[in-house]
Ligand binder design. Structure first.
Ligand code: A2P
Length: 344
């Protein structure tokens, strides 16, 4: 397989660091790596495998000779630099929401719609982390029995809100145990008008409120799922919630099908699905939890049971590492697919 030149914009962030770990772990065939971030991080030394690289401040000229650029430095940074990267001849795999709903940009989860990759015009979007984890489980079930309606509630880890949110959870737990006053500065999100305690609490608010009082995160789950599954009018409704868990998102998903879908059939279908591990044995208290999924590649599915309030209903519980499969791993898998299919 040919070796390619890659750039990682946002190399010092949580997703960027996971990319670097995965590059070494998966022996990704790169010839060179360029680590890009803001001027704050320029000059920082970072180890990838056995090699040490120096982080550079991104500029419009950073992408000469780059074959694939992974972007995870925020939507505004993608909007600013992706066109320059594409002009320089790079394929951008963008982990932000900047281009996800652009009809010209494929939105891809390789286990679900890898065939969309070939339609790209320079940019390929990586979906939202909660969406990726959900569609890996939904897609094989949809193929088997046609999904009519999905109702999802998420239990999202603080690492999804960045390193500051992890620090805040730690600090609040410590303050509580030491009998000090608890302060909140980061969640639901840093620029919000108010902040709420996450330690010993849950916050039903991720990202800003939009139409119908749904949050932007909730709309992402709706619209991105419709786009990835190629069913623009699929009925999907979501409630997204931050919980005091460090890593891995969990999702309670209620699905109504067009045709019969028993728990037995769902176990069989999911058992054969790429990227899915069924972890479902109630008698032995086996079901996935965030601590099981963290640092792992698959999406885990358990608590598979009938919802007999509708003709063909099913409840499932899905857990996945949102930094791995929900972000960095999915992006790398897109590049791996392109290499294998001679699309690079
Ligand atoms: P830096 O560390 O220099 O601020 P996270 O999502 O974990 O907060 O990480 C965000 C990533 O995006 C970091 O690598 C951060 O770099 C990078 N980043 C943020 N703003 C910019 C910017 N304006 N230009 C380039 N990189 C940026």
């Amino acid at each position: 397989m040919r070796k390619i030149n890659i750039a990682i914009l946002g190399a010092t962030g949580a997703v960027g660091e996971e990319f670097l770990r995965l590059l070494a772990e998966r022996r990704f065939p790169y010839a060179s790596i360029k680590l890009l971030a803001s001027p704050r991080s320029a000059g920082r030394q970072v180890k990838v495998g056995e090699e040490v690289y120096t982080v550079e401040a991104v500029s419009h000229d950073s992408f000469k000779g780059v074959d694939v650029a992974f972007f995870s430095a925020g939507g505004d940074v993608s909007l600013e630099y992706a066109p320059a990267a594409v002009r320089a001849g790079a394929v951008v795999i963008d982990n932000t929401s900047a281009y996800r709903l652009d009809p010209e940009v494929p939105l891809v989860v390789p286990e679900v719609n890898a065939e969309d990759i070939a339609k790209h015009k320079g940019i390929i979007a990586n979906p939202n982390c909660s969406t990726i984890i959900m569609v890996v489980a939904l897609s094989p079930l949809h193929q088997a029995a046609g999904i009519k309606r999905v109702v999802v509630s998420t239990y999202q880890a603080v690492s999804g809100a960045g390193i500051e949110a992890i620090d805040e959870l730690n600090e609040q737990v410590k303050a509580h145990l030491e009998g000090r006053e608890i302060t909140a500065r980061v969640l639901p999100f840093a620029s919000a008008a108010k902040h709420y305690q996450i330690a010993f609490n849950v916050i039903p608010h991720i990202d800003v409120f939009q139409e119908l009082d749904y949050t932007k995160e909730e709309w992402k789950m709706v619209k991105e799922t419709q786009k990835i599954l190629h069913v623009p009018d699929m009925k999907v409704t979501a409630t997204t919630v931050r919980v005091p868990v460090y890593r891995s998102h969990s999702e309670s998903i209620n699905i109504e099908f067009e045709r019969e879908m028993t728990p037995e059939l769902a176990r069989e279908v999911l058992g054969k699905a790429p990227g899915v591990v069924v972890m479902d044995d109630p008698a032995n208290m086996v079901y996935p939890m965030p601590l099981d999924a963290s640092g792992k590649d698959p999406v885990y599915v358990g608590r598979i049971r009938k919802d007999d309030t509708v003709p063909y209903g099913l409840n499932i519980w899905v857990v996945g590492d949102q930094i791995r499969k929900g972000a960095a791993l999915n992006g790398l898998q897109i590049a791996e697919y392109m290499l294998a299919a001679n699309l690079l």
